[in-house]
Structure formats: C-alpha cells, structure tokens
Design a protein around this ligand. Structure first.
Ligand code: NDP
Length: 491
C-alpha cells in the first residue's frame, strides 16, 4: 500500500476523507497495479458537497462577484493549469492508460477554455424589450442556473469537465463534480489549483466513488442542473431521474460515427484519417470513426494503405514518447471490447487485422482490429464499442453512403473525404451529426459547439452558445406611471 498515492475529496474548500473512511483504488491499466487510493463517497458526503455548493451560490462571496471578478479568477486558473499541465497529464495517463502525449496536448489546450469564457463572464447582457404599452419598461437578465452537478467519463476527464466548468463558472454557477471511478485523480488535482487561484470555498467541490455518489447527485433536490458526459444508456437513466424535479440537464453521449471515403478522395490522407479516427486514443473516444464507409471502387486501394499502417502501430507504455496505442483503460471496458470481437466474427464479418490481445504487452493491450465485409445491420456497425475496432462497409454511390451514414441511433460526428468541394458540402449538410469534418478527423475547439443529434446527446458544449446552458433568462417588467390598473384584466 505504501507506493500508492493517497488523495482526498474536496468539499467546502477542504480536502477530506469520506465520512465512513471507505476508500477505493485506481488501477494503472498499463501496469495492472493500483497507483492511487481515493475516498468512496456515501450519501452524507454527497449532501455535504451539495450543501457547500448551495451555500456558495445562495449566500457566499461568490454570489456577489461581478463578471469581471469571476473572469479574473478564471484567467488565473488557466495560467496555473498551463504551468502544471505535465503533472495533470501524467495523472490522467496513469489513471486511464491514454498516451501521455495526448493527455499533455489536452492539458496544454485546456487553459484556452478558461480564457475564452473569462472573456464572456462580463458580457452576459440581457436585452431591453421595446414594450407594446407606453407605461412599461421591460428588460431581461441572464442569471446563473445555480448548482451544477458535473459527471464525467474516464476517457478525457479534464477536458470533458472543462467543457462544463469554464462556461458554468463564467456564468456564476457553483459545482459538485463526480469524475468516473476509473479516472478520478486529475479532478482532485484540479481542486488544488482552484484553491491556489483563490476561488471561495464551495464554488468547486469534488466527490469520488462508484455507484452511489453519481446517482445521489442526480436525484438531489439541491442540484439545479446536471451536466453529464458518458454512455447513452447512463444518459437516459439520468434524464429520467432529472425529470422528477425538472432539474436542467445536458448530455454528451456515445457515438457510432461514419468516416466516409469517396472515390475521388486523396487515399493517403484518407487512410491516415481513418487510422486517427479509430486507433487514436485506442478508439476510446466518443467521436471515434468506428464505421469506415468506403466507395467500392477504392475499397481495396484504401484498405491496403490502412492495413499497412495498422501493422506498424507501436503499442506499449502510454508514458513513452513513441508509443502510438496504449492499453484499454479498465477491466469492464476490456471485456466489452473482446466481446465485440466475438460478435463481429459471429455476425460473419471478415477479420482483416488484430482481433486479439498482445501476448507480450499483456491482457489490457488489444491489437488494432479491423473487420471488413461489414453490413450496417451488424451489431459491430450499430453498437458503440468504445475501443480499437473498425467496421468497414462498402457503398456504391453518394446516396447510399448518406443513407448508411444516417442509419444509426447515434449522431455525434462524421467525416467526408473527397476532393470535390460541391460534394463535400452537399454531403455534410445531409449528415445527421453534431460535427462534420471535411478531409479531417477528431478536431475539437473551445470556439465551436460540440454535441450530438439523436441519441448522442442533448445540448451543446463549447462556443458562444454553451453559456446559455448555464444561465436562465429572467424578464423584468417595470410599471412607469405608479397608477393602479384594472386588477381583473391581463396586462
Ligand atoms: P458511463 O456512462 O458508464 O459513466 C460516466 C459517468 O457517469 C461516470 O462518472 C459514472 O460513475 C457515472 N454514472 C454511472 N451511472 C450513473 C447514474 N445512474 N447516475 C449518475 N451517474 C452515473 O460512461 P463511461 O465512463 O464508461 O464512458 C464511456 C462513455 O462516455 C462512452 O459511451 C462515450 O461515448 C461517452 N463519452 C461521450 C463524450 C461526448 O462528449 N459525447 C465524450 C467522452 C465519452 P461511476 O464511476 O460510478 O461509473
């Protein structure tokens, strides 16, 4: 137990154990060994965290901060994160096995969210509404929604949390955060940076643990909004729970995104994009390009390129600079990935690469796996695997490509590979997905709305509009004459 680092939760400005003293361990998937121990929160801890966020929102100093003052703290937090990006990235890589260089890239980029929304914190203007009656002056106010419960997935905990935190804090909300039990450490480390930046107690609280804390937070009457990133199945349960109190909710959920290669595409570039789409982050990303739709004329030429590059992918320790694919992040995820390899074979798809664990590296390392001869009705084309499995589907023409691409319950992302500018935009407009890339894959930015059509989610994160997810509009009517009106008629 001595080599295991101990972490505590962050409630009301203090680092604390759980009330019961219970703990759980976070495993490093690359070594298979526990590396961190954290408190297992129970209901009392959830209540304490929500009460703290509630007090900070209702009566703490934060509630009187102007947008300008909030912006100052957000910028300071961004600077501290930029300074400590290496440490935050290494915690995440140890927790979820993703490449250190990918995590470092994310943590170096995360400050931009805090700077961008800091710029918005003092511009949350309402409107003056021209009245249809001369005796009224009417205006609107944009007010913070209140206490936000942010619940995040294990694949990119810091980035997914930042999508919620930066606009929410800019708007004046307070937070209780529950990271996944598979990758909780970077969120606790972030709490130390909140303290250093000078945020008042209660603005940012972190509780850790599996099962009870997430569900209890969602049900809690002291929570005004749930901002969730995770599986579609979990998102549906959360939507049902929040309906009881009409708690506001935004959901960033799963995907089965089509990566569509037309016969006029640059095949070298498209092959590279297909690899990035499915084997980047070991396929453990919501926007994975897990369905590769290829025009039948270029199918073999494209697959030659993809298979050649796949055979060269360097798997290994995610902390090493030249590693390209790390392990699957945790045991339940490994079971799921292996099950889908069996399902693909049973459904009659042809295994063109991978399909097994790497014996030398260990059981958590699943080789990059490609199924060809897939039809869109197969389970490996319809269900999210969240792992390094690519399903390759042939199409005959543009109409069929669009029909296959949209024949899914998901709608998170899609990509179009073509050198024909007319086709590029025409197809992009017909795809039912929240993000479409043209001749690119896996690009996100603080400037651009991100979210899902259909069962991929509800609401948008990032960009100007996402701040609306953290504010309520209030209309104020001011009577100008001071004279009594007929009390029995409207208006
Ligand atoms: P899960 O849905 O299993 O878990 C996500 C979070 O929700 C965890 O913190 C989990 O906590 C918590 N949780 C689980 N059940 C409940 C509940 N009933 N009430 C409240 N909270 C609950 O997802 P994964 O962590 O396995 O992440 C993978 C999924 O996330 C994939 O489907 C992926 O597509 C999606 N995702 C979506 C993104 C997007 O932006 N659209 C980005 C990244 C991932 P616990 O620790 O208890 O499990």
């Amino acid at each position: 137990m001595s080599s295991i680092q101990q972490f505590q939760m962050y409630i009301d400005g203090k680092f604390v154990p759980s009330v019961t003293g219970a703990q759980f361990e976070s495993l490093n998937p690359a070594t298979g060994k526990p590396w961190a121990a954290l408190p297992e929160a129970g209901l009392e801890d959830v209540n304490a965290a929500v009460n703290s966020a509630r007090n900070a929102f209702d009566k703490g100093p934060w509630s009187n901060f102007t947008g300008t003052e909030r912006a100052r703290l957000l910028r300071k937090l961004g600077d501290i994160i930029a300074r400590d990006a290496e440490l935050l990235a290494s915690c995440e890589s140890k927790d979820n096995g993703k490449l250190y260089r990918e995590m470092l890239g994310q943590w170096k980029y995360i400050p931009e969210w805090f700077y961008y929304y800091a710029g918005m914190a003092d511009k949350l203007q309402g409107d003056t509404i021209p009245s249809d009656r001369n005796n009224f002056f009417i205006y609107t106010r944009r007010e913070p929604i209140g206490v936000v419960a942010a619940i995040t997935a294990w694949n990119s905990p810091g980035l997914l949390l930042t999508f919620k935190l930066a606009p929410g804090l800019a708007a004046g909300c307070t937070f209780v955060v529950k990271p996944s039990e598979h990758a909780p450490v970077s969120t606790i480390e972030l709490a130390k940076r909140f303290e250093e930046a000078g945020f008042p107690p209660g603005v940012f609280n972190v509780i850790t643990g599996a099962g009870i804390p997430g569900a209890a937070l969602v049900d809690h009457p002291g929570v005004d909004k749930v901002a969730f990133t995770g599986a579609t199945q979990t998102g549906k349960k959360i939507a049902a729970s929040t309906a009881k109190n009409l708690t506001r909710v935004s959901l960033e959920l799963g995907g089965k995104s089509p990566n569509i290669v037309f016969d006029d595409a640059d095949l070298d570039v498209a092959a590279n994009g297909a690899i990035a789409g499915i084997f980047g982050a070991t396929g453990q990303t919501c926007m994975a390009g897990s369905r590769l739709l290829v025009h039948e004329k270029v199918h073999d030429a494209l697959m030659d390129r993809i298979l050649a590059r796949t055979a060269q992918i360097k798997m290994g320790n995610p902390l090493d600079a030249d590693t390209e694919m790390g392990p699957v992040a945790n045991a339940p995820q490994l079971d799921k990935v292996l099950e889908y390899i069996t399902v693909g074979l049973q459904d009659g798809a042809k295994l063109a690469a991978g399909g097994k664990q790497d014996e030398k590296l260990g059981p958590m390392f699943v080789m990059p796996t490609i199924f060809t001869g897939v039809t869109n009705q197969m389970r490996i084309a319809q269900e999210e695997v969240f792992g390094p499995i690519l399903s390759v589907i042939k199409f005959k023409d543009e109409e069929e490509a669009i029909a296959i691409a949209n024949d899914t319950r998901f709608g998170l992302a899609a990509a179009v590979w073509t050198q024909n500018i007319h086709r590029a935009h025409r197809v992009a407009h017909q795809l039912r997905a929240g993000t479409v890339w043209i001749n690119a894959y896996r690009v996100v930015s603080f400037l651009t709305p991100f979210g899902g059509f259909k069962e991929s989610g509800l609401g948008r994160e990032n960009g100007m509009d996402s701040i609306r997810e953290y504010t309520e509009t209030k209309s104020v009517y001011v009577e100008l004459t001071g004279k009594p009106r007929d009390p029995f008629t409207l208006g």
